[in-house]
Structures are given as C-alpha cells and as structure tokens.
Design a protein around this ligand. Structure first.
Ligand code: HEM
Length: 247
C-alpha cells in the first residue's frame, strides 16, 4: 500500500493531498458561513443568537471534552490543512516551472484567468485570514469597539465602517474566484470528471461558490445597511455572565 510520504513525493499524489486539504478548508468555510448566519437573528433580548452560538461552540462536549476542546481541535486541523495546502501548491508550482522547456517561457495555452489568479488570490486570502483573526478572534485590531464574547456587538460596530465592509467584500470576491476554480480543479484531480459530468461539475462549483460568497456577504451588508439593528444595552453585561470572564 502507498504511504502518505510516497504520495507527497509524487506529483499526482501531492496534487491529491492539495485537493483533499482543499476539501477540508471548503468544509470549514461552509460551517463558518452557516454559523455566521446566526447573526441574522438580530440583537435578541438578553443574548443575541450569534453570541449563544459562539458560547455553545466553546462548551460543546463538556464535561467529556474540556472547555474550548472542540474549537482547538478544529483550529489544529485547519492550521495543518492550510500549511500542507500551501506548501503543496508552492512545490507543485516550482516543479511545473522546472519542467517547462525554456523555448516556451511564459505563455501557457488554455489556462483560464482564474487559474493564473490562483496564486494571487490564495496569497491575498492568507493575508485576509491573518487580518480577520487579529480582528475578531484575538481582538487586536480594535479600530471599532470589541469585547470578548460579544460577537453581535463586535460585528455591528465593525460593519458600521465602510472601510471594513469594503475589505470584507473585496476578500469575498477573491474567495469567489479562488473557490470557483478550486472546486472544479479538485474534482478533476480526484478523478470525478468525465465528458458527461463536466457541465454538472462546473455548475455545481459555481452554485456552491455563490452560496458561500453570498452567505458570508449578507452579514456585513445587512449590518451596514441598518437591517440588523444596534446591540441591546444588556448584551455586554450578559456576555460577562455567559463567558464567566474566562476570555
Ligand atoms: C463576512 C464574512 C465573515 C464574517 C462576518 C466572519 C466572522 C467571524 C467571527 C465573528 C469570528 C470569531 C468567532 C468566534 O470568536 O467564535 C471569525 C473567526 C474566523 N474566521 Fe471568519 N468571518 C467571515 C469570513 C471568513 C472567511 C472568508 C474566512 C476564511 C477564508 C474566515 C476564517 C475564519 C477563521 C480561520 C477564524 C478563526 C476561528 C477560530 O479561531 O476558532 N472567515 N470569523
């Protein structure tokens, strides 16, 4: 049986590993987008639903699993998947360059603009993820009021500012081009493509991309346009009770 190390050494094996880590990242995106939609329930009474959801994620599995156990397990898987995905892509790219005859330098026939944009959009997405974690997870980028555990209020104040809305919408546009091409290309790598199925795969990739991008975009757009109203006065005090000051 072929080992993971042997797969990693071969070009097609490395492509498969890049595709599988891509599937893990897409699965996370779908869950994250769906989780974010809890903010559409609004500021609520004592506790907004998005705050309740964040608390539930942290206490999930207790007492069998320690506080934040599941979140840290997911973070470890995500970090591993992102690292392997990037190293794999960079190495495949280097191999491609080395294999290209020098008589045919830069021009590559039949590659879509999205495919050429993959490296650019991937790099921008990585930069966005770092910025995003510094804003909403570690609360380091506090240009707007931020409070641990008060997700609704954090999102509300951030998305009153046009520049944060713009940053998120631009990042989502890059996510869209990256995903649309990635979903199609991972189906090819995993051998799911065939002349009869290709149209369906392309349509499926477009549809899933649209659902993810629109699902994410709804949150900043609805906060900015005022459809989602101000946080209730007791969210911050309720947050302290909910999170027990453990943040
Ligand atoms: C408008 C779009 C988005 C909104 C409103 C949003 C919101 C949030 C919030 C509120 C958190 C903190 C969650 C918590 O503390 O429980 C978070 C964490 C995170 N988000 Fe997003 N997000 C968006 C898009 C994205 C995208 C496109 C990606 C990836 C490309 C992403 C990746 C992450 C990651 C990796 C974390 C850290 C999770 C952790 O530390 O457990 N987010 N997001």
């Amino acid at each position: 049986m072929i080992t993971v190390a042997e797969m990693w050494r071969s070009t097609i094996g490395k492509k498969t590993i890049v595709a599988v880590t891509g599937v893990v990242l897409v699965a996370y995106l779908v869950l994250h987008m769906a989780g974010n939609l809890n903010s559409l329930f609004g500021p609520g009474g004592a506790e907004p639903r998005i705050d309740w959801y964040a608390h539930w994620l942290r206490t999930f599995g207790e007492p069998l699993v320690p506080y934040e156990g599941i979140i840290w397990a997911v973070r470890a898987v995500l970090l591993g998947a992102i690292a392997v995905h990037i190293v794999g892509v960079v190495q495949l790219n280097a191999r491609n360059r080395a294999a290209r005859p020098s008589a045919f330098p830069a021009k590559r026939i039949g590659r879509s603009w999205e495919s050429r944009l993959m490296m650019v959009s991937g790099t921008l997405l990585l930069a966005f993820i770092v910025f995003h974690i510094l804003q909403f997870t570690t609360l380091t980028i506090d240009a707007t009021p931020l409070k641990a555990g008060a997700l609704y209020s954090n999102l509300y104040y951030a998305f009153q500012e046009w520049y944060f809305v713009a940053i998120y919408l631009v990042a989502l546009a890059f996510l869209g081009t990256h995903l649309r091409h990635a979903l199609w290309s991972l189906c090819q790598t995993l051998g799911l493509d065939s002349p009869e199925r290709n149209f369906g795969i392309r349509m499926g990739a477009n549809a899933l991309t649209l659902v993810i991008v629109i699902g994410f975009a709804l949150v900043p757009v609805l906060f900015f346009t005022g459809v989602l109203g101000e946080p209730s006065a007791n969210e911050l005090s309720a947050t302290i009770t909910t999170f027990g000051g453990s943040f």
